[in-house]
Ligand binder design. Structure first.
Ligand SMILES: *[C@@H]1O[C@H](CO)[C@@H](O)[C@H](O)[C@H]1NC(C)=O
Ligand SMILES: *[C@@H]1O[C@H](CO)[C@@H](O)[C@H](O)[C@H]1NC(C)=O
Ligand SMILES: *[C@@H]1O[C@H](CO)[C@@H](O)[C@H](O)[C@H]1NC(C)=O
Ligand SMILES: *[C@@H]1O[C@H](CO)[C@@H](O)[C@H](O)[C@H]1NC(C)=O
Ligand SMILES: *[C@@H]1O[C@H](CO)[C@@H](O)[C@H](O)[C@H]1NC(C)=O
Ligand SMILES: *[C@@H]1O[C@H](CO)[C@@H](O)[C@H](O)[C@H]1NC(C)=O
Ligand SMILES: *[C@@H]1O[C@H](CO)[C@@H](O)[C@H](O)[C@H]1NC(C)=O
Length: 627
């Protein structure tokens, strides 16, 4: 610790002692902090001890009104709480943790803010500080961090802050109200068969992966947590303007070992790495860590959701004084959004990005502010830093994206955009459509996966759906418009070979590899004019290293060998119904249409047994003809 810092903390200590009581671990008397060999931070509701070298919480106690044994039990487990970064420095990868150089304590009657600054920039070349904030008599402590560009040659793949909880006490988790219960025990995980990385098959044949506990960053994963019998610790994410990849980004929440995870940035599901450039800075969070009590898991979870609503009213948190956070002067943007003259019946996301951002999915560096439109189409994007933005709108049921440039946001003012009418992209008359444009493949058929210890899983969240593809669709999907059912007859992903999956995985289901290319069919009738152009529009919800080829009545109309953007988002193998979305249209001469038509999809290039993980995931297919 520097002399300056030492004097500063001594000064604070003196203030303490002069006011009477010294802060002691588990006194639960009042808001206080003691800076000795360790930092002790506590208030009436909780108490924590922090190792100053790493900034880790090594002891955490909760003064539970329901269960008096809790207040003397350390709630963090072996690995305690930590920050972990997977980074590249000059293209060399490394896993690093901050080494704390300086600790700054800011204190008033209402709150204490501890700022830990990393000083080992030789190993982790970024200016990094994180804060822990505790308020008087509050059951929440807050975490946030500030990253600032230091030099070129640094990229971040995964940045996370995690709590490894005491497994004797924490017995339950809750991801979204439905995915909730007990986690597999560590000893069962240790003796399980590993069928993919982080994927465990137990003796009873069920398979667990931490990716079954991912959640989209849309409103569903604003609250998740870990719980004991009568108390819990929930992670509250009030707003997410810092999230890489935009509002549909998915990430991990909790997993075995009783981890509670806050991902500042991750390359999961195809999100590009973070590459700071000169002048870059970003504030991640604050998030709230909320202690509560209750008689049941669902009661504690609902109470945490209720608390989140309270937190929303406080955003942007005024206790964050860093100029980058801009707590004081944020503005907002409001308006009404209609699609072809009326409000959209399904979800509509309005996203404000920096002017240079073409696709929020592929953006990792800048802030993005989003909101969902209400039933009447009205929207308000709150807490926006002043500046000039691009408005990008995506909506369920609507093809394409609406863009409006030059949205100005002024300090402490609302910018009312009035009514925006989005004219949906059209190529004539709709002949047919399979699936709903919503960037998700969830509405299609999923071949059965293995059972999982996580309850209420959608089939696509189970392990090995790809392994039973060849059983569910031995001849590949053959879909007849008008009589087939997308939920039964169209698979949510299209592999490039007949038996997708790694050889050791195929063995689990006794399937011999068949590296023949897949060939999917859509049959439809047509009786209109053969003059003019037809347009086929395809939405892909995800893909791994694959392209697509389309033929109409044997005539090739489309060949995409390689999509631009990330090579693979692993959505299929990471138990998700979406990853990076792409849209592809092709217009062809209507004279190719006949009374009875066959549209075929095949891989765009010759395939081999090495293509076992190549696939595309469907969002929708739409055929239009000129009027
Ligand atoms: C704090 O953590 C570091 C690194 O894990 C460890 O070496 C050190 O002994 C700890 N400090 C104290 C005072 O326990
Ligand atoms: C670096 O990457 C290699 C290859 O993916 C991996 O095996 C290794 O564990 C990584 N090292 C660190 C420090 O993350
Ligand atoms: C970082 O700060 C710590 C504590 O003040 C000090 O011991 C260490 O030498 C510093 N490291 C570097 C790389 O400056
Ligand atoms: C702390 O808050 C609780 C309710 O959450 C209240 O009952 C109690 O009186 C408060 N204590 C103090 C010292 O303000
Ligand atoms: C695979 O074959 C083995 C041996 O024939 C059999 O014991 C096992 O039940 C089969 N598994 C499946 C999933 O069909
Ligand atoms: C059909 O497409 C061709 C080639 O793009 C274009 O020249 C022609 O005008 C189009 N015809 C109609 C009726 O849209
Ligand atoms: C479409 O095909 C018809 C029949 O082959 C041909 O007469 C017409 O010129 C084609 N239209 C275009 C725009 O190429």
């Amino acid at each position: 610790m520097s002399t300056k810092c030492l004097i500063a903390s001594l000064a604070l200590l003196i203030i303490h002692t002069s006011s009477g009581q010294q802060c002691q671990t588990r006194s639960f008397q009042r808001l206080c902090v003691t800076d000795g060999n360790f930092l002790v931070l506590e208030n009436e509701r909780m108490s924590m001890t922090i190792n100053k070298t790493k900034g880790q919480i090594i002891e955490l106690y909760y003064n539970s009104p329901l269960d008096s044994t809790i207040k003397s039990t350390n709630l963090v487990g072996g690995g305690s709480n930590y920050y972990l970064a997977n980074i590249y420095v000059n293209d060399k990868n490394a896993t690093v943790r901050p080494n704390v150089g300086n600790i700054e304590i800011t204190q008033n009657d209402e709150l204490i803010d501890l700022a830990f600054t990393s000083n080992d920039t030789g190993i982790w070349p970024i200016n990094f500080e994180f804060h822990l904030v505790l308020q008087k008599n509050s059951s929440i402590f807050y975490y946030y961090s500030i990253h600032k560009y230091l030099r070129d040659g640094y990229t971040a793949e995964q940045l996370r802050w995690a709590i490894r909880a005491n497994m004797d006490i924490f017995k339950y988790y809750n991801v979204d109200g439905k995915r909730a219960g007990t986690l597999p025990l560590q000893r069962d995980v240790k003796s399980a068969q590993i069928v993919y990385d982080w994927t465990y098959m137990f003796k009873d044949g069920s398979v667990y992966s931490k990716y079954q506990q991912i959640s989209s960053n849309e409103d569903t994963n604003t609250v998740f947590g870990i719980y004991g019998n009568r108390f819990g610790l929930s992670l509250l994410q009030t707003h997410k303007d810092w999230v890489s990849g935009g509002p549909l980004k998915q990430d991990l929440t909790t997993h075995t070992g009783y981890l509670l995870l806050f991902h500042e940035h991750s390359a999961h599901y195809g999100t590009p790495k973070l590459i700071p450039t000169k002048g870059w800075t970003k504030v991640y969070g604050p998030i709230g860590l909320y202690f509560n009590d209750g008689e049941s898991l669902s009661q504690m979870y609902s109470d945490a959701q209720r608390q989140l609503k309270e937190e929303e009213k406080k955003w942007p948190y005024q206790f964050v004084t860093a100029p980058e956070y801009y707590a004081q002067g944020r503005g907002s943007v409001s308006g009404v959004l209609t699609v072809d003259g009326s409000p959209n019946k399904e979800w509509t996301y309005l996203i404000l990005t920096e002017p240079h951002v073409d696709d929020p999915q592929l953006e990792s560096a800048t802030y993005m502010y989003s909101a969902v439109a209400g039933k009447n189409g009205e929207f308000k994007i709150p807490a926006v830093r002043p500046g000039t933005y691009k408005l990008q709108v995506i909506a369920k049921g609507v093809v394409g994206k609406y863009i409006q440039d030059n949205i100005r946001v002024h300090q402490k003012e609302n910018s009312d955009l009035g009514t925006i009418d989005w004219k949906q992209e059209t190529h004539g008359k709709l002949l047919w459509q399979i699936g709903v444009p919503d960037r998700s493949s969830a509405e299609f058929k999923s071949p059965p996966g293995f059972p999982s210890p996580i309850p209420n899983l959608e089939e696509y969240r189970k392990f090995g759906t790809w392994l039973s593809y060849s059983k569910t669709f031995p001849n590949d999907p053959d879909f007849t418009v008008g009589s087939s059912d997308p939920a039964e007859d169209w698979c949510y992903f299209m592999p490039m070979i007949k038996t997708p999956g790694f050889p050791n995985q195929l063995k689990l289901v006794n399937i011999t590899q068949n590296a023949q290319p897949t060939n999917w069919k859509v049959r439809f009738d047509y009786s209109g004019s053969t003059r003019g152009n037809a347009t086929l529009t395809l939405g892909f919800a995800a893909r791994v290293k694959a392209g697509i080829r389309a033929l109409i009545n044997g005539e090739e109309i489309l060949e995409v060998v390689d999509f631009v953007g990330p090579q693979g988002d692993s959505a299929l193998f990471r138990h998700a119904a979406h990853g990076i979305f792409r849209q592809q249209s092709v217009t062809f001469n209507q004279s190719l249409l006949k009374e009875k038509n066959i549209l075929e999809f095949t891989p765009p290039v010759a395939v081999s047994q090495d293509d076992l993980d190549k696939m595309v995931m469907w969002d929708f297919l739409r055929m239009e003809i000129s009027n």
